[in-house]
Design a protein around this ligand. Structure first.
Ligand code: GLN
Length: 191
């Protein structure tokens, strides 16, 4: 199976490595043609405002939106979480998100207290904690009824799932630990 990694801007390279290590063939996605060939998609961290603009200039916004509506499995990390959310506060006014998962986020929500931090996360379904790296991460402000929270930090959800849409406020590709990508692939390709 082919897993695309949106490669318009940001931290996409390490996702490709993790996916390859798991035996999925990871491909960079920058064009609608590249998107058409993938069975699942990773939206990486980076700058959601910039990625949002590049989604328009690359012509990817509409095809991604259509694929998401027809059930394309997607893993969004940090900026990717922001792009998949239903509503974004403290974003730029022209920034748009896909509404693929029923949650609201505050962009840079941890920023005022602590820009970046790391935390050992107890993740539902994993035996050992996962080391979460948070970089100017979004804070989840609301979760819909159909959203399952898989990990929390100080009472805030940081890893959530709604069907085959999975979002993390942190960067799971940075921890030399492939378990979250592994869970995503299991959910994405479960028969
Ligand atoms: N703060 C960034 C944004 O608003 C996200 C940071 C990240 O992806 N590490 O998009």
């Amino acid at each position: 199976m082919k897993v695309g990694v949106l490669a318009l801007q940001g931290a996409f390279a390490r996702h490709l490595k993790v996916l390859d290590g798991l035996g999925a063939s990871g491909v960079e996605v920058r064009t609608p043609g590249e998107l058409a060939s993938v069975d699942a998609l990773v939206m990486p961290g980076g700058e959601s405002t910039t990625i949002s603009m590049l989604l328009d200039s690359s012509g990817l916004r509409r095809p991604i939106s259509e694929r998401l509506s027809s059930g394309l499995p997607v893993l969004g990390t940090c900026a990717g979480m922001i792009l998949l959310a239903a509503r974004v506060t403290d974003g730029r006014s022209d920034q748009r998100s896909f509404g693929a998962i029923d949650l609201d986020v505050q962009r840079n929500g941890y920023g005022r207290q602590v820009d970046s931090f790391e935390a050992q996360l107890a993740v539902a379904g994993l035996d050992e904690p996962f080391h979460g790296v948070f970089i100017r991460a979004p804070v989840v402000e609301r979760i819909g009824e159909d959203v399952e929270v898989l990990a929390w930090v100080d009472g805030s959800p940081v890893l959530c799932r709604q069907g085959t849409v999975v979002v993390a406020a942190f960067h799971p590709e940075m921890s030399n630990d492939d378990r979250i990508h592994g869970c995503f692939l299991d959910w994405a390709f479960a028969v």
